[in-house]
Write a new protein. Structure first.
Length: 382
């Protein structure tokens, strides 16, 4: 069942929404590629396990307590109730949590870079909506390597608005670590009707552990075989979101780069709609040679760039960067660069990047592909 297309479709839709939350969280502080891939993969796995939990619960509603199959209308009503629970009531706090968690994971990279130059300070939103147990942690100040931050780096609950900031050493007195940890334990202790501490799952550090959602979330409490299948769906060969196009097709891998995702989608959809191309936007890889897209119709990999600065130097930098990732480059122009600067920028850099085989320029609603020999010809013009 887990490999069926309806299952994967629901996984991808959940992943799309929660990935948007991740993108929002890292908007002002892009983490390194390795961490970003880990965070994106965690969102996908969480989405898959959430979907599994939802469908498992729905399947258990098919039979009445006395062992009979429920009438269709009753079963449908029960399933819609589960849908409301998982995809409305739960999804909103999960979205908010993913945004905050991604933000703190990205910040943690800078915290570690700065080492012991700064302390970290726990901050609340500072208004009358702050929960009392979170307010008890306000202004706790400790070095970033203190054990307190291993378990109590925000967010520490659903809808938590707390954060941690760097402060100069000496500006604020350091707290006693053991007392701070005791306050953290109290803030993350909520005993449910079964005698379990439901808040203990929030005791982790998203930056250190490179995960968005709690590692011990109930969705993750599944058989190893189920988890392995879900994780395999998010690998480089699976975990695709299909984007609506007028012609052709565009798929986006769940591990495609967050920073370029929207821009690359615009380029891919333009090419698909104009020429009917079938295009995959590929997962980010640690390999610097990995291209943004694979044009299945043309059977070649392409690197997409978007020119937003109207200068020859910007074009030069974009092609130089693209040359390390693919032999075929697509540049979409959104700046007001002159034809002369665009032409000079392309020719000058292609002359130095010997692997470049073609440059496609999308400009003012039109496009043209220039082969290397054309670009290097002395009569080259756009």
């Amino acid at each position: 069942m887990l490999s069926d297309e309806p299952f994967l479709g629901l996984v991808n839709e959940t992943n799309r929404i929660l990935s948007n939350a991740l993108d929002e969280g890292i908007l002002d502080n892009m983490p390194p590629e390795e961490m970003l891939r880990a965070l994106r993969n965690d969102v996908f796995v969480f989405s898959g396990l959430k979907t599994h939990a939802q469908l498992k619960e729905a399947s258990e509603l098919l039979i009445t307590p006395d062992g009979k199959i429920k009438p269709y209308n009753q079963f449908k009503a029960d399933v819609l109730s589960i849908h409301q629970e998982y995809n409305v009531r739960y999804l909103e706090p999960e979205y908010i949590f993913a945004t905050s968690s991604a933000q703190m994971a990205a910040k943690w990279v800078d915290f570690e870079k700065d080492g012991d130059r700064y302390n970290l300070q726990y901050r609340t939103a500072g208004d009358n909506k702050v929960r009392d147990d979170h307010a008890a942690l306000a202004n706790i100040t400790l070095p970033s390597e203190d054990a307190f931050w291993d378990s109590y780096l925000p967010p520490i609950a659903w809808r938590c608005r707390c954060t941690a900031v760097q402060v100069r050493k000496g500006k604020y007195p350091e707290d006693d670590s053991k007392k701070a940890i005791a306050k953290g334990e109290e803030a993350t202790t909520k005993i449910d009707k079964n005698g379990n501490n439901s808040a203990a799952i929030f005791r982790y550090n998203p930056g250190k552990q490179k995960v968005i959602f709690p590692p011990h979330h109930p969705y993750r409490q599944v058989q190893k075989g189920v988890r392995n299948i879900v994780e395999s769906l998010g690998g480089e060969g699976r975990g695709w979101e299909t984007v609506e196009t007028d012609k052709g097709s565009v798929r986006v891998n769940v591990l495609h780069g967050a920073g370029e995702r929207e821009s690359n989608l615009i380029t891919a959809k333009y090419l698909a709609n104009t020429y009917g191309y079938d295009i995959d936007l590929l997962p980010v890889s640690g390999n610097k040679k990995t291209a943004d897209s694979f044009n299945k119709t043309l059977n070649l990999k392409q690197e997409y760039k978007t020119n937003i600065i109207a200068s020859k130097g910007a074009i030069d930098n974009e092609i130089r960067d693209a040359a390390g990732q693919a032999d075929h480059v697509v540049i979409r122009i959104t700046s007001g660069i002159s034809d002369n600067d665009l032409q000079r920028g392309i020719r000058g850099r292609v002359n130095q990047e010997k692997n470049i085989k073609s440059i496609t320029v999308i400009h003012k609603g039109k496009d043209k592909t220039y082969l290397r020999d054309e670009i290097m010809n002395k009569d080259f013009t756009l």
